[in-house]
Design a binder for this molecule. Structure first.
Ligand SMILES: *Cc1c(COP(=O)(O)O)cnc(C)c1O
Length: 423
């Protein structure tokens, strides 16, 4: 790598107020990890909290629900508030539970209201598959098989989703929209507040999927009057594989009557009275279903405590610096070698997506050289310099490997596994 970029990386590193943060994580040996937007690395803090929770289980057994520090019985509320502080939610607006997918089903069951011909759900054509499956199966359960009930807003030729197209598709047949804050494949950030305002003016409630922005963008969910949202906690939030899914419901919608009811949605005072009729909590915790996984909660507690200390504004600033730096290096070093940048420079989230006709083979060649990025069909390679764990010099080292692969066509041997070009 040339001296100019090395000097730039050094300068950025020196001036970086969060340069201590990557040292708080376990880094897999000899790998350049640019996949923290799929699974965040393990923080020392997360590991310590899991080990402590295991000790509590060993020493306290069932008494852990009341005697652990903090007691398991109310730990969801406590961790959810820490998560909420990273997304601009007030206490009680966020709860944690089963997977993101289940949380989305819960919000659909809770908020979907058909009125006459107004019964469709609007999604984007680049939606993460599970979101689309959930919306389609929910509609099918309600109305029987009728694919027309799903309104899909497709990207234009530049692969970007346009707010204007969403608004245009949101006619009087649409009851509800499910949209991402950041598109998982292309890294495009949507103008959430603007879109929501226009949909609300048409009586459409929006459920946002924040999986690719929670722990990254400085959301102001309460202040911006966001209706409802779901997100996973194992990407930027670092909760670990399969950590609790999260949902947000604005205080304005309380008290909430859950579409799907379960005993963990009870008000804490009444849960163990076990009344015959469900007496739910008034806030988002009404949407909890069953017993939370305490071990998964422990790792999320550790990682989010660390992130709260770093501060979401600082994390976002670091992300912007990393993404901007990586984009400049890619532009300088690999443009003209057959790769195209897809993520829009002024409308990006936390990762950069480039396309290449043999993207899958390029991605495989990167992995073979220890650069862990990922591939999304048909031709997209995602590189995520996450503000929690990536260093500026990691970006340089990764682009160096990418340039070498593209220059020497070192991806060619991998096409026997991955097939021909995407045209
Ligand atoms: C990662 C991700 C999910 C994950 O769903 P799970 O139920 O946690 O497996 C959902 N939606 C989006 C947009 C994602 O990026």
């Amino acid at each position: 790598m040339n001296a100019f970029w090395e000097k730039q990386a050094e300068d950025l590193e020196r001036r970086d107020p969060l340069n201590w943060l990557p040292d708080q994580y376990h880094h897999p040996k000899d790998l350049l990890y640019l996949d923290g937007n799929s699974l965040g690395l393990m923080s020392f803090r997360a590991k310590d909290r899991v080990l402590a929770a295991l000790d509590d289980w060993a020493n306290l057994a069932v008494m852990g629900w009341t005697d652990a520090n903090p007691p398991w019985f109310t730990w969801v509320e406590e961790v959810a508030d820490t998560v909420g502080s990273l997304l601009g939610a007030v206490p009680g607006e966020i709860t944690l539970g089963a997977s993101t997918t289940v949380m989305l089903h819960q919000l659909l069951a809770t908020f979907y209201q058909a009125q006459g011909p107004r019964r469709k759900i609007l999604v984007d054509g680049l939606a993460f598959p599970t979101d689309r499956y959930a919306a389609a199966s929910f509609l099918e359960g309600r109305w029987g098989p009728s694919p027309d009930n799903l309104v899909v807003v497709n990207p234009r030729a530049d692969r970007l989703i346009y707010a204007d197209d969403i608004v245009k598709a949101a006619d009087s047949s649409v009851a509800l929209a499910v949209l991402p804050s950041v598109v998982f494949s292309t890294g495009q950030a949507l103008p959430m507040v603007d879109i929501q305002e226009q949909l609300r003016a048409r009586d459409i409630l929006t459920i946002w999927d924040l999986s690719h922005s929670a722990g990254l963008l400085p959301h102001q969910l309460h202040h911006h009057d966001v209706d409802a949202a779901v997100f996973c906690t194992y990407k930027y939030l670092g909760g670990g594989p399969g950590s609790p899914g999260a949902l947000f419901v604005h205080q304005r919608h309380w008290p909430i009557t859950p579409g799907l009811a379960g005993w963990w949605g009870s008000s804490n005072e009444r849960q163990f009275a076990m009344p015959e009729r469900f007496e739910s909590a008034v806030d988002a915790h009404a949407l909890q279903l069953g017993t939370p996984s305490i071990l998964a909660l422990a790792s999320l507690a550790g990682s989010t405590q660390l992130l709260a200390e770093a501060g979401i504004e600082m994390l976002y600033r670091r992300s912007q610096a990393l993404v901007g730096f990586l984009a400049r290096v890619i532009d300088d070093q690999v443009s003209g070698l057959g790769a195209t940048m897809i993520t829009p420079a002024r409308q990006g989230g936390g990762h950069i997506t480039i396309s290449h006709p043999y993207g899958q083979a390029v991605s495989a060649a990167l992995r073979a050289r220890g650069v862990i990025s990922d591939f999304r069909a048909p031709d997209m390679i995602r590189l995520a310099p996450v503000p929690q764990t990536t260093r500026f010099r990691d970006c340089l080292a990764a682009v160096d490997v990418l340039r070498e692969i593209l220059e020497t066509k070192a991806w060619q041997p991998f096409t026997t596994q991955t097939g021909g070009p995407v045209t």
